[in-house]
Design a binder for this molecule. Structure first.
Ligand code: GLN
Length: 277
């Protein structure tokens, strides 16, 4: 405490204080959030003095971050495919890996497609596809009403017209409906995966099926063929070591043109297949 009182109130001093604790990059994001200043503004005006209240709020966020809370849960926002999505700890934080699913969906989408996103979470996939594909008719589901509320808010703010349905996977969807594109980023981490321990701030139900990591992928692919129009595509995000399993799943379900796409880190990430004519 005595040490802290010697630190001046300038932006430079405050960033200097936080950088050894959480790194300069995140310190800038949090200070930008507290002050409403852009990164450029913080750099250009680093002699400016912060108010006591700003310093107090900044200190609190830095300590929460140091204790493990992910930055998007502190600022309430995460960028995905060039847009800002609101997030809370009731939804998974959108990941750059999932942008691979978007890119592939854009490549195979027919004109004015009917799209369904199963387990939409923050809504980042559904909203992005609705805004990127002219004439798309998008449905998004989630079993969590909290998630649907957040996804609805994102759709409203970003101007996407989406129909939301509550329920588990296909249970949420009227039996006779057909789609041209079925997409999902379901929980796929194995419950015994060590990686899960680093994700303790995110909702467990969005990360793991509690079984073998493949259960939700199985349920979604088993029901997909009956809901796809001829020539329609199913695109599934999955774990780095699940490519072969998901390809087998799709081939067993009768999909054609089954292939796996890697993410920017070079890991298998999205497997897709087509309902042949
Ligand atoms: N891609 C996330 C991760 O491994 C997991 C997302 C998911 O289970 N759908 O951090």
């Amino acid at each position: 405490m005595a040490e802290e009182t010697q630190i001046g109130p300038s932006i430079r001093a405050q960033l200097g204080k936080a950088t050894p604790v959480i790194g300069r990059f995140e310190a800038m994001i949090l200070l930008g959030f507290v002050t409403g200043r852009t990164r450029e503004n913080l750099i250009a005006h680093d002699d400016d003095e912060l108010t006591d209240e700003e310093i107090m709020r900044f200190d609190l966020l830095v300590s929460l971050r140091a204790a493990g809370t992910p930055v998007p849960y502190l600022t309430g926002t995460q960028e995905f495919y060039g847009r800002h999505f609101q997030v809370t700890d009731r939804v998974l934080i959108p990941r750059p890996d999932t942008e691979v699913l978007i890119e592939q969906a854009l490549l195979v989408a027919p004109a004015a497609p009917r799209i369904i996103d199963l387990g939409t979470g923050s809504g980042c996939i559904a909203v992005t596809l609705a805004l990127e594909i002219p004439g798309a008719k998008v449905t998004a589901t989630d079993s969590s009403s909290d998630a649907l509320e957040i996804a609805r808010g994102n759709a409203d703010v970003l101007g996407a017209d989406i129909r939301f349905l509550e329920g588990f996977w296909w249970d949420a969807v009227p039996a006779d409906e057909q789609f041209d594109l079925i997409v999902s980023n379901p929980p796929y981490i194995r419950p015994d995966d060590e990686h899960l321990r680093n994700l303790e701030y995110e909702p467990l139900g969005a990360l793991t099926d509690g079984i073998d990591g493949l259960e939700c992928l199985r349920v979604i692919s088993a029901g997909a063929m009956a809901r796809l129009s001829r020539g329609g595509w199913l695109l599934l995000e999955h774990g780095y070591d699940q490519g072969a399993d998901v390809r087998a799943m799709l081939e067993d379900a009768g999909f054609a043109a089954v292939r796996t796409i890697r993410d920017y880190g070079g890991n298998d990430r999205v497997t897709m297949g087509r309902r042949a004519d």
